[in-house]
Every structure is written in C-alpha cells, then in structure tokens.
Design a protein around this ligand. Structure first.
Ligand SMILES: *Cc1c(COP(=O)(O)O)cnc(C)c1O
Length: 365
C-alpha cells in the first residue's frame, strides 16, 4: 500500500495527461505558454477568486505575496508554529519576523482567539495555515485583520478544494497560496503553486514580482524573483482537473469513513476535529496517538505506511528558535509529539482503508 497512491491516479488519467503533454511538446512554448493562462482561468472559475497567478511552488507563492505587501525589515507576520517550515521561512526571507501563535488542540489550526493579543504596531499580516486540508477560523481572522488594517495570507498548500461556509479555500482572504507539489490535493509532476487574490493592484504586483519585477519587458520597476510555473506543469494540472471534483468528493468520503471507524473510543487515539461549517480535504489523514513511535513501528510491520506532519514545532527548530521561548505554544508542542498521518488519496480503496483501521486497532490494543 502506498502512503499516497499517485500511480492509480495516473493510470486513470493517462490518456488525458499524455495528450496535454504531447500538445505542449508540439507547440513548444515551454515558458508562459497557453496552458499557463488556461490553468489560471480554470482555477479562477473553480475558486471564485478574481485572480490566479501561477508560480514556481507553494513556497514561492508565499514569498511573492509577502513581497507584494512591501514588507519592511522588522515587520511582523502572525502565524502558527505547527506547520511546514516554508511558512515561517518565507516570512524571514522577505525581511519579516514570524510571531508564533498557538493552535487549537483539536484541529491543529491557529487559535483565532489568541491572535489579537499578538498584534503590535509592526504587524503587517496574519498567515493562517489550512493544515491537513481544513481552513482555520477565517471569519474571525479576517475581522481582526480588518480592525487593524492588515492583510491575511492563507497558506492553503494543503487545502486546495476545501470549503469554508460555502466558499472555497484560496478565496477567503487578501491572498490564498497553494502548492501543486505532487502529494498535495491537486498535484502536478514536479514543483508548482499559485497565488489567489481579488485585489487588482496586489495581483498586478504578484505578476510583476513573478518575472523579476518587470512591468514591461526589460523594465524592472521593483525587486522580483524568477518565480514562473512551467507550462508543462500547468498542462499536468489541467489534465488532473477533469477528475478533481470526484477526487475531492472521494477524499471527504474516505475522511468520514476513517472517522466513523476510528472515533469508536479506541484508547490512545483521537481523530482530528473538523468544524461543522467547513470540510477537510485531507492532504494528510492525521490523527493524534499515544506512544506514536511504537504504533508506527507496529503499523510498518503490518505493511501500513505512516508519516509525521510535523515532528517539531517551528520554534523548536534551530533556524526559528530565536522567535519564541521554548515553552511558548504548548498545544503545538503537544501535537508534534502525537500526530500521525495514515495513507490517504482519492484512489485509496475501501478495502485498503479497512486494512489500515484493522492494523491500527491492533497496534493500539
Ligand atoms: C507543501 C507546503 C508548503 C510548500 O509548498 P511547496 O510547493 O512544496 O513549495 C508550504 N506550506 C505548507 C503548509 C505546505 O504543506
């Protein structure tokens, strides 16, 4: 069993993806070719955001929107320490200071109730992470941001396709940034990402920053990066969009099936909470377990792959320790000790899910 089954997905979409790649090889516009715009338009239609700017990766998406906000040295960005390193890494690279706010212990998303106390005159933006595919409490976060005149950047690398109060992830705040890394809910066959915004001025800034700050060819009006997404990778995303709605439906169904089987009071195991007004597209199907190392070893012996997202909160990583005290964000510290991700992808069969649940129940018992 694969942790994420991309081979079955390719088998199902093979003709479509191959035809799209062949078409690209025939027209030969490898950089900013027609598929780039076609994908951006398809994703605008999907999310409802006014603009989509495809970029080289999810990491690059975060960097480019921070640059578009014109961060000054010492500007603060509020975020969660319980995330992939890129979230805080790009804040520092853009000249900012990450301010870590703890998570809710049951959803592992930033606790909106703790954000206001972290705001200072230097706060430039709030960057919630839609961890595991579930959006944080965006209405509350947007209300705080509006009150203080600051931006909100959703790190939606794990949540493309998720819904929050009837709206799509990536279209919930000033910016939404997603990733097309192969294992994400909508993946390409290499690196790729996208920025979403409905602000025309910020969209234009992101488009310029993506190509070395050019407002016209060889007129560099601002500092930028080489941040384009390959036409080839856009063709792959387009090939995968045909089945994407089905995949999201299937992910939600598998998440419900896991939950129904695992919430039956298995000692030492706690499923992730999903709030009633949103869904979770399960970039990872993550649970909290006691004695994780032993459980993982038993599952491995039973042929069930697992992973840990993430084993250390960022303020316990050497590169980011200076931004908080070690004892800060206790729920993030506790989650890092207990989270474990189980096999998940739209092509996971009911029978495979049963095998995972049976093996996990035995491993805990
Ligand atoms: C994957 C991920 C990123 C980075 O995306 P890449 O496309 O790999 O650069 C950023 N933030 C989170 C939360 C992620 O899961």
């Amino acid at each position: 069993m694969d942790f994420i089954d991309l081979k079955s997905q390719y088998a199902a979409l093979r003709d479509n993806i191959n035809a799209r790649i062949q078409k690209l090889l025939d027209h030969g516009q490898y950089i900013l070719g027609p598929e780039v715009r076609e994908m951006e338009e398809a994703l605008v239609a999907y999310t409802g955001a006014r603009h989509c700017i495809s970029v080289a990766s999810g990491t690059e998406a975060l960097l480019i929107c921070l640059m578009a906000l014109d961060l000054q040295p010492g500007d603060e960005i509020i975020t969660s320490p319980f995330t992939f390193a890129a979230t805080a890494e790009m804040i520092v690279l853009a000249g900012g200071v990450p301010v870590f706010v703890d998570i809710e212990p049951d959803t592992a998303n930033i606790d909106a109730n703790l954000i206001e106390a972290a705001i200072t005159p230097r706060t430039k933006a709030i960057m919630p992470v839609s961890l595991y595919g579930q959006v944080a409490d965006m209405d509350a976060i947007n209300a705080i941001a509006q009150k203080h005149g600051i931006a909100v950047i959703e790190d939606a690398a794990q949540s493309f396709g998720a819904s929050y109060k009837g709206r799509k992830s990536c279209n919930l705040s000033t910016f939404g940034c997603t990733s097309f890394f192969p294992s994400k809910p909508l993946g390409c066959y290499g690196d790729g990402g996208a920025i979403f915004t409905s602000d025309d001025r910020l969209a234009q800034a992101c488009r310029e920053i993506r190509i070395h700050g050019q407002s016209q060819r060889y007129l560099h009006t601002r500092l930028g990066v080489g941040g384009r997404m390959d036409t080839l990778q856009c063709a792959v995303v387009l090939g995968k969009l045909d089945r994407f709605e089905w995949e999201i439906k299937r992910r939600l169904e598998l998440g419900d099936a896991y939950r129904a089987r695992l919430s039956a009071a298995i000692p030492g195991l706690q499923p992730l909470a999903v709030r009633d007004d949103r869904d979770c597209v399960w970039a990872q199907y993550t649970v909290f377990v006691d004695e994780r190392d032993a459980v993982q070893a038993r599952l491995k012996a039973a042929g069930v792959p697992t992973a840990v997202h993430y084993p250390r909160p960022l303020h316990h990583q050497p590169a980011y320790a200076q931004y908080a005290r070690p004892e800060d964000c206790p729920h993030s510290i506790a989650a890092a000790e207990r989270v474990m991700s189980l096999p998940m992808s739209a092509d996971l069969s009911d029978e495979q899910l049963n095998r995972v649940v049976t093996a996990l129940t035995a491993a805990l018992g």
